[in-house]
Design a binder for this molecule. Structure first.
Ligand SMILES: *Cc1c(COP(=O)(O)O)cnc(C)c1O
Length: 386
């Protein structure tokens, strides 16, 4: 009997999730009802932030963050090249320019050194925001990046879709990704491969009440209802968007969030099994490096493969894994290499991003995997490289 296919990531939906959604479907509010706030309050508590604002997806979260900060045409946003397209694109939505930061070739993360280098390429323009990504779920050096951003008069916004549940210890202070201690805002996504799923969905956390209020206004057309005004009355000081997350999906998010401790424990356990099993494939295969301060709930199990030493191309390895029922994915193609950004800015020289891209491959990691699936994946990888 053939074994089931293991994708690189997938959602975990149980009967209680389905029941939670059904209950909302039978109620009065499909959207903009009480479940939105319930999800927001619960989410803020889980990451330790004062405010959480739900929105339609992680890309909308990034766009809203840029709008709430009033990032303007001609200003600059720094994003790492190794990330999903949306991290950079959000700057373009508001007419700002992107300066791509390089990444550490072994962790894939923006570092204070790569940020400092990117800042030198800002030139005479105004740097408004820095958008580090907690790639795979590992926390970046937030205090280091925050200090550099503050010196430049720029705001730090964590793009955190990979890192829900990740904790880290800087100095002696333990904290959680999205708690707002070092960054003005953090953005999350609930795409099915992410740590909790709503299908489409996003969240922004912040400790700044004014930013939270602005984000809420901007996610719903820019409409405000002044206190004491007539019941039909609304005003629009500036146009916003319809980036709301419906109650139906907030119910799913709330139900999923309750299981975050289990999901996180399962991801940590599977990552530990991978870490042990991958030793047999060293030094050709190495897990991506985790910074000392980071205690990640990994979203991605990314390994770095020396394809030259193995005498195999990545395509051959991906195909050989697929033939054995193992899905894999590349996270990510450097965004600065995309045609759109090449045409805009020319070819940046980011050797860390290129070195990361040349070796990275993400292996299956999701809570529904069995312990012995890890051995199966690693055996399949060994065969694919042999
Ligand atoms: C998933 C993701 C996004 C976008 O989230 P969507 O919900 O798919 O719009 C942005 N940045 C990173 C790093 C992501 O992984």
């Amino acid at each position: 009997m053939s074994q089931p296919i293991l994708p690189y990531g997938r959602q975990t939906i149980d009967d209680d999730d389905i029941a939670a959604v059904s209950q909302v479907l039978r109620g009065d509010f499909l959207t903009t009802g009480p479940t939105v706030e319930a999800f927001e309050v619960a989410f803020a508590e889980v990451v330790g932030a004062h405010h959480a604002v739900a929105c339609s997806n992680g890309t909308a979260a990034l766009h809203l963050a840029m709008l709430a900060l009033d990032v303007k045409p001609g200003e600059v946003v720094i994003a790492p090249s190794i990330t999903f397209l949306a991290t950079a694109n959000c700057a373009r939505y508001v007419g700002a320019d992107v300066v791509f930061a390089d990444v550490d070739p072994d962790s894939g993360l923006m570092t204070p050194a790569t940020l400092a280098d990117a800042m030198m390429r800002v030139g005479g323009r105004q740097l408004r925001a820095v958008l580090p990504v907690h790639l795979r779920g590992d926390a970046v050096d937030l205090p280091g990046l925050a200090a550099l951003a503050a010196d430049a008069g720029a705001v730090l916004v964590e793009d955190a879709p990979h890192a829900l549940g990740t904790t880290m210890t800087y100095g002696n202070v333990a904290q959680t990704v999205g708690d707002g201690r070092h960054a003005a805002m953090a953005t999350f996504s609930f795409h099915p491969v992410k740590t909790i799923a709503t299908g489409e969905g996003g969240m922004i956390t912040t400790n700044d009440a004014q930013l939270a209020s602005r984000l809420r206004t901007l996610r719903s057309h820019g409409m405000v209802r002044p206190e004491g005004a007539d019941p039909w009355w609304y005003e629009m000081p500036e146009p916003g968007f319809n980036y709301r997350l419906p109650d139906i999906l907030c119910a799913l998010g709330l139900s999923q969030l309750k299981k975050l401790p289990q999901f996180a424990a399962r991801r940590r356990a599977l990552a530990a099994l991978y870490s042990d099993a991958l030793v047999q494939l060293a030094p050709v295969v190495q897990p991506a490096q985790s910074p000392a301060w980071s205690d990640p709930v990994l979203h991605l199990m990314t390994v770095l493969i020396d394809f030259d030493a193995a005498g195999r191309t990545r395509r051959q390895v991906v195909d050989a894994l697929k033939a054995q029922g193992i899905g894999s994915q590349v996270h990510y193609i450097p965004v600065h290499r995309q045609a759109y950004y090449r045409d805009l800015y020319g070819d940046a020289d980011l050797p860390g991003a290129d070195a990361w891209y040349a070796r990275c491959l993400s292996l299956p990691l999701y809570p529904g995997m069995q312990d012995d699936d890890v051995a199966r994946v690693v055996a399949a990888l060994r065969k694919a490289l042999a």
